[in-house]
Design a protein around this ligand. Sequence first.
Ligand code: SF4
Length: 334
Amino acid sequence: MPNPKDPVDKKIILSGMRPTGKLHLGHWTGALENWVALQNDGGYSNFHLIADYHALTTNLDTSHIYEYSIDMVLDWLAAGIDPEHSPVFRQSQVKEHTELHLIFSMLITKSRLERNPTLKEQVRDLDLGPISYGYLGYPVLQAADILLYKGEIVPVGDDQLSHIEITREIARDFNRQYGNVFPEPEPKLTKFARLPGLDGKKMSKSLNNAILLSDSPEDVKKKMKKAVTDPQKIRKGDPGRPDVCLVFTYHKKFNAAEEQEIRRGCESGQLGCVDCKMRAAERINEFLDPFRERRKHYEGKPEEVKKILKNGEEHARTVAQRTMNEVHQTMKIG
Ligand code: SF4
């Protein structure tokens, strides 16, 4: 169901994240930036899912899951998600996710899930060892998350394309077996998908190489001082290679107006790395200032945040129940 405040012809978008606590600039460039742009475009109806059941696939410890969910919602709101138009809700609070997951799990084979390339990569890269039944099936839960809201567009990184393909297959198989209920959603790739961490590796809180959306201006400066640069540029005066320098990647993203000037300064040697890093830190801080202001507003009003979640969950439940009624009727059960 589109938001009652929106025109009915808007395309439905479902996007979500696992509740991992405070978000960083990598989350912004990889997902949130796109979410906010799609919301502000006005042509879409967005649903934002806190994937707390998905989090169990790799971590059974739930002791911080609520706190992490709230921290993440604060960052979503700080980044510009407008809950009036884009409901935010926890997967665990809309029971229909698990019901549709169960039905969908009958429509896909174990071998199809084992062929999922993302799964193979994660098992190898994360050294997961034997995986659970739930982990193998998480693309099926993801299909339920998307199709419960009849999502037509899913903003994703390229590593998630194989999952969207599974969602499309499940939608097709359900429609063929029982009748036409679900759309076949299309992936929407983000433009600037990956921003490396300060050490050049994937940005991650656990690797201690991330600039958080909630970092103070001093934190950003301190962290930026540690950023890796072109190893051939040892001191001011040495010509540098911006295209192999991580700090230049940050300039390109957050300081596009000065990109060419920084390039010239680096290549000629006139610009030193310390100054260059501090200029990047300043631009990042300017970019984050409105986030900080909005976060402060919501941090001071925990009841308002709880209400936002409650309203989002009610909205999501209404849509989910409507879809499940249609599913039951089409399947002639219930
Ligand atoms: S001057 Fe800037 S772009 Fe050039 S190597 Fe140093 S930090 Fe990187």
